[in-house]
Design a protein around this ligand. Structure first.
Ligand code: SF4
Length: 420
């Protein structure tokens, strides 16, 4: 390990951080504003493809680490005083990026590049991962077309190997050294421990948010829950923690009445994100009681040991041993069908919406396996595809309404095909 012990941590010696946080606070809804107003403002921030919070951070001299889906240990960037930003594409017209990809490539890869080529979201360091065949070339395309340092973080191909934890800790150290170069600071063990504590708190709050979805879903429709979670990918995590701490109790006090809606799990949002209006359309008929939307923000399921002698080893261990699942991680202990069934049973869902982003090979492959498992278990499911640029959901709404009625009114348990 080359990270230094001691308390003279980089993040602690950052005189500009207060100004940067103040600049972002200006863009966030004020504490105590009416709940509806606050949720609308958060949604606006999440949908804003000019990324005002990221620009505010940079204008005040801050550095930004952009990381592509699905998971990145954001504690590494945070410990170096950088703003970790989740690069997950966006609903933008593709004018420049399309010429860099073949036509069979999913949208999120293109729009992430489009945002950078058009200057809307350009990080100081871009980290990507070879999560699928399509994403394998992302680093090369970025390096050729943008004047931004690009790093590839290689997660263990075989998480079941006895060496995977040591390997991953050394990989985190390699990437951390590049982060230090870009941040212009050294990161100490105590910096990392401090960052782990901030992110543990964030994970705790996100678990509380999902508990509301599970236990009282009529108080928190899926689209509102989504923006509350997703905004964490574009603001400092301390501010996300403050926002969630203020809003969650107020959401729990909401005077919302329980309705006769189907409890469903939404599966298929691990990488490219469905449009918010699609989630809104689902919320009209269903309570989404669990999902894999932006799963990278919730990848680690419990606290990472905050006092570990080696924080990088603790983070690597958590990635392997305390984590969720996705079609792009191949862990033999986590067969995806079994994990989906657990998610459905753990949340008391009656059915599943099994979605996949268009042209997403890992997602479409899993759809087949999920369908088979759900059929065998007699759990109703609705299959659909989406693209982040979708605008019209009327067809999907009619099919979903029919699916829900068949189940609720006629008790149909056989699998029902949805939009494909
Ligand atoms: S949406 Fe699917 S195909 Fe596209 S980058 Fe993500 S995992 Fe790969």
């Amino acid at each position: 390990m080359s990270i230094r012990d001691g308390t003279a941590g980089a993040a602690g010696l950052d005189p500009g951080r207060e100004a940067r946080e103040a600049a972002i606070r200006e863009l966030l809804p004020g504490s105590g504003a009416p709940l509806g107003e606050t949720l609308a403002a958060v949604r606006e921030l999440v949908e804003d493809t000019t990324f005002p919070t990221v620009h505010a951070w940079r204008q005040e001299g801050g550095k930004v680490l952009g990381h592509f889906q699905v998971y990145f240990p954001e504690e590494l960037a945070h410990a170096a005083g950088m703003l970790p930003v989740k690069m997950r594409g966006g609903t933008v017209e593709r004018r420049e990026a399309d010429s860099h990809f073949g036509s069979y490539i999913c949208s999120v890869l293109r729009t992430t590049l489009e945002l950078a080529l058009t200057g809307r979201l350009v990080p100081d360091l871009f980290v990507t991962h070879p999560i699928c065949d399509a994403a394998r070339n992302l680093a090369g395309i970025w390096a050729r077309n943008l004047d931004v340092p690009v790093e590839i973080l290689y997660f263990p191909q075989n998480p079941n190997s006895a060496f995977s934890a040591d390997y991953l800790a050394s990989e985190y150290l390699r990437v951390l050294e590049d982060i230090e170069d870009v941040a212009g600071r050294r990161v100490s063990t105590d910096d990392l421990r401090g960052s782990i504590r901030v992110f543990n708190e964030n994970r705790r709050l996100l678990r509380a948010l999902y508990r509301i979805k599970r236990e009282e879903p009529w108080k928190l429709p899926v689209d509102e829950a989504y923006v509350l979670m997703a905004v964490g990918g574009i603001i400092p995590r301390e501010q996300h923690n403050a926002l969630l701490s203020e809003l969650l109790p107020r959401i729990q006090e909401r005077d919302a009445r329980r309705q006769d809606r189907m409890r469903v799990v939404f599966e298929g949002g691990f990488c490219e994100q469905p449009p918010l209006d699609l989630l809104g359309a689902i919320a009209e008929f269903c309570y989404v009681v669990d999902d894999d939307l932006m799963i990278g923000l919730r990848w680690i399921l419990s606290d990472v040991p905050p006092h570990a002698a080696d924080p990088l080893a603790a983070l690597a261990g958590a990635y392997l041993e305390q984590s969720s699942y996705s079609p792009v991680q191949h862990d033999l202990r986590k067969p995806k069908e079994k994990m989906l069934l657990e998610r459905i049973r753990g949340s008391g869902a009656e059915a599943a919406i099994v979605a996949a982003a268009k042209m997403c090979e890992p997602g479409l492959d899993e759809q087949v396996a999920y369908s088979k498992a759900l059929e065998e278990e007699g759990i109703p499911f609705f299959l659909t595809e989406f693209e982040e640029q979708m605008r019209n959901f009327s067809h999907l709404q009619i099919q979903l309404e029919t699916f829900v009625e068949n189940h609720l009114l006629f008790g149909e348990t056989a699998a029902t095909g949805g939009q494909r």
